[in-house]
Design a protein around this ligand. Structure first.
Ligand SMILES: *Cc1c(COP(=O)(O)O)cnc(C)c1O
Length: 225
């Protein structure tokens, strides 16, 4: 059995007690694995690839809340705009504006998170603070009425250095607090993965994205971990 049901029950208990939302990251995993957690009550699932998400959404129950957590290209927003629940990886004003446009076409308002680059590693996507403040300033003057920016998302360094990872989470939390009044409804801080979610919770996370602890290790593939 690929899905670790005991682990799921332990994690969901721990998170519910803390009031933290679990996004089960199912990228690269088959629909049967998602169904197994769905049967246990899980409804929030995260995917990184547009085509994979579209295929899975078509074949699985429609009360699943699909989170797009990967790097999103503007030209692909239209494929997920009809149904996506939350887009975690907004890393430019251009992308946010495109989500707004596609959401309007669907007659929807799409919830989004701004992804901030907190890791010392070079490879990860995300805004720096300057870019974040520019988006905040823009949103103060221009109403993007079909998106709702609900908070921030970040990925810490993939490192055994606990102090480093904790500092990165703290820097994200302090930005989250700093911009609390810039966007309206501001209530989601998406940080923490299989290896670091406990620490992320200690540092103020409201939403964790957990894959391999629930579904087992993924095949290694360039570009993600
Ligand atoms: C893959 C991925 C996760 C889950 O990673 P695990 O270490 O398997 O829990 C979380 N967030 C993002 C953005 C991811 O790409």
């Amino acid at each position: 059995m690929a899905v670790n049901e005991e682990k799921y029950k332990a994690i969901i208990d721990e998170l519910q007690q803390a009031g933290v939302t679990l996004v089960a990251v199912s990228k690269t995993k088959p629909a049967e694995d998602i169904s197994a957690l769905y049967a246990l009550g899980q409804r929030d699932f995260g995917e990184n690839y547009v085509q994979e998400l579209v295929d899975k959404a078509a074949s699985l129950p429609n009360d699943i809340r699909w989170h797009f957590i990967g790097h999103l290209q503007s030209n692909k927003v239209k494929y997920i705009a009809p149904f996506v629940q939350l887009i975690h990886g907004i890393d430019s004003l251009k992308l946010l504006t495109e989500v707004n446009k596609q959401a309007a076409k669907q007659g929807r308002v799409i919830d989004c998170l701004l992804q901030v680059h907190i890791a010392t590693e070079e490879t990860k996507f995300g805004l720096n603070e300057q870019e974040l403040s520019e988006i905040a300033a823009h949103s103060a003057t221009t109403q993007l009425t079909s998106v709702r920016v609900r908070g921030l998302m970040g990925m810490a360094s993939f490192s055994d250095d606990a102090a480093l990872v904790r500092n990165e989470f703290r820097s994200l939390k302090s930005l989250f607090d700093k911009y609390a009044l810039s966007f309206g409804q501001w209530d989601i801080l998406s940080m923490g993965m299989s290896g670091d979610y406990k620490m992320a919770m200690e540092e103020g996370s409201t939403m964790v994205r957990i894959g391999s602890l629930l579904f087992g290790e993924r095949q290694k593939k360039a570009g993600y971990r």
